[in-house]
Design a protein around this ligand. Structure first.
Ligand SMILES: [Fe+2]
Ligand SMILES: [Fe+2]
Length: 271
């Protein structure tokens, strides 16, 4: 069975793939590729942790095995160590060679990406790559909505047993401002999709939805407010960080960590 999305939804959009979305289409996600084909490698972890050995080849092979041309692959931030577009060119070339339609969302290390200049990125690299920011991407009758998100990562003060007993107030104040900004961006994206008739959503964050101290956050509340089907996030890499935030069913929706090393470079099929 096939179904058609109204062309009106796509009018003027720079990332139209097709008006027809097939039932055999799948949605995949992964984050934190941290490519460095044209730039300096900036994390020792990538050299010392066996999980990162030849990760580019492993990921390419897994994608070719699992992803078909009609599928959509969402790359959930921290794409490249490149500081500017020139340093990212080879990394984008690698991403371009992956199968499926590639959607990129912003991560904290994506220095090449000024949120206000996202339209320019889409002009330069679209339609092969879609940079998703302050907007939504239509996947059938579901709107994919994305933001870098933010979660306060300390400094936390610990007691002798390692229990968190406080945190740096000034840093927390700054973090709250960043959370507010990302929250506003997400609300604008959800509302834009709603205005175009979408009722179903998947929310992509780069940062985890909550930090190690939180049970709820602005982002979990947004997930409830817009009744999102799934929350997908990355950023937590290295074994010690994998369970920093929510995973599995929580308050009626599914939360998944998709950082590359957590998934052992196998893109997660989320739909
Ligand atoms: Fe990362
Ligand atoms: Fe990150």
């Amino acid at each position: 069975m096939e179904y058609t999305i109204s062309k009106a939804f796509h009018k003027g959009r720079s990332f139209i793939v097709s008006d027809r979305i097939r039932e055999d289409m799948s949605l995949f996600a992964i984050g934190d590729l941290h490519l460095h084909y044209g730039s300096e490698l900036k994390a020792r972890m990538q050299l010392s942790d066996p999980a990162w050995a030849d990760h580019e080849e492993k990921f390419m092979d897994n994608c070719k095995r699992l992803i078909e041309d009609q599928d959509v692959l969402v790359l959930v931030g921290d794409h490249s160590w490149g500081k500017n577009l020139q340093e990212c060119e080879k990394d984008f070339e690698y991403i371009r060679l992956l199968p499926g339609k590639k959607i990129l969302t912003r991560g904290n290390h994506d220095m090449f990406w000024d949120a206000k200049k996202t339209a320019r990125l889409n002009e330069l690299y679209g339609p092969d790559l879609t940079f998703l920011q302050d907007d939504y991407f239509p996947y059938g009758d579901i709107a994919l909505v994305a933001s870098k998100g933010y979660s306060f990562e300390g400094p936390f003060y610990l007691d002798r047993k390692g229990k968190v007993i406080g945190y740096d107030e000034k840093d927390k104040e700054h973090a709250d401002k960043l959370v507010k900004r990302e929250e506003e961006r997400l609300i604008a994206s959800f509302e834009k999709a709603r205005g175009d008739g979408y009722k179903k959503f998947i929310m992509f964050l780069h940062y985890p939805p909550t930090n190690v101290l939180e049970k709820d956050s602005a982002f979990t509340r947004l997930a409830s407010r817009y009744d999102v089907l799934q929350v997908i996030y990355a950023h937590c890499h290295g074994k010690k960080r994998f369970f920093d935030s929510i995973q599995g069913k929580y308050r009626g929706r599914e939360y998944s960590l998709v950082s590359g090393d957590y998934l052992n470079w196998v893109p997660k099929k989320i739909m």
